[in-house]
Design a protein around this ligand. Structure first.
Ligand code: ZN
Length: 220
């Protein structure tokens, strides 16, 4: 006969989280995880602040996020995009030539833990943007040209720096994911274009003025 005293403790929330992450990593032996798509509730809830819940699993999760981002390919990936509701994101961009109007300077691989940002001025810029969780579509999104980024890296070291141009856009996009937002929430919907239309009409230059004129939306 069993008694209440012999019942093992229920798994803690952290233990369940570790089990879930372990299972997801084990299901993707090549290190590339499935990316969830818009409509999945995990993309619409604020992620939990990361407070060390994963312990020694964290480096494995980061490796998988990096490989998943590179395979997509993309320039950023937030943990909710692989179904894990923790405030962790990875970013990386090779950059573009200096005359690119997006100011797309190289952004070496880095991990953002519990990131936050604030615009450093009223200066905003509008460019076509896409998301690995809204696959097949792009739209023009106005964003702060320059932001102060705060948070920590994966080792707990403080981040407090100002980013400008495309790197600023990338960290805004990924931080928004961790708040349950998608770029389309405040995109210019008249600009919405699928991959075929982007390739045919708007993908050849980062300058969105022609799209604004032809599709009928304001840039200011
Ligand atoms: Zn995204």
């Amino acid at each position: 006969m069993t008694t209440e005293n012999s019942t093992p403790d229920a798994p803690t929330i952290d233990a369940r989280l570790r089990e879930d992450v372990s299972a997801r990593l084990a299901a993707a032996p090549d290190g590339v995880l499935p990316i969830v798509q818009a409509g999945n509730p995990v993309l619409r809830y604020p992620a939990m602040p990361y407070t060390g819940q994963l312990g020694p699993l964290l480096p494995d999760l980061i490796d998988a996020m990096r490989e998943t981002m590179r395979a997509a390919p993309g320039v950023g990936l937030a943990a909710p995009q692989i179904g894990i509701a923790l405030a962790i994101a990875v970013v990386e961009d090779a950059g573009a030539p200096d005359d690119d109007p997006r100011e797309r300077s190289a952004l070496p691989f880095r991990v953002l833990v519990n990131p936050a940002y604030a615009a450093t001025s009223d200066d905003e810029v509008a460019f076509y943007e896409g998301c690995l969780s809204v696959r097949g579509w792009s739209a023009v999104r106005r964003r702060a040209r320059s932001v102060r980024l705060t948070g920590t890296d994966q080792h707990g070291a403080e981040i407090d720096e100002v980013l400008t141009g495309w790197p600023a856009r990338i960290v805004q996009h990924e931080t928004d994911h961790l708040r349950g937002e998608l770029y389309i929430d405040r995109a210019e919907m008249r600009s919405l274009a699928n991959d075929e239309a982007m390739g045919r009409w708007w993908g050849t230059t980062p300058d969105v003025r022609p799209a604004a004129q032809v599709l009928g939306f304001d840039l200011h």
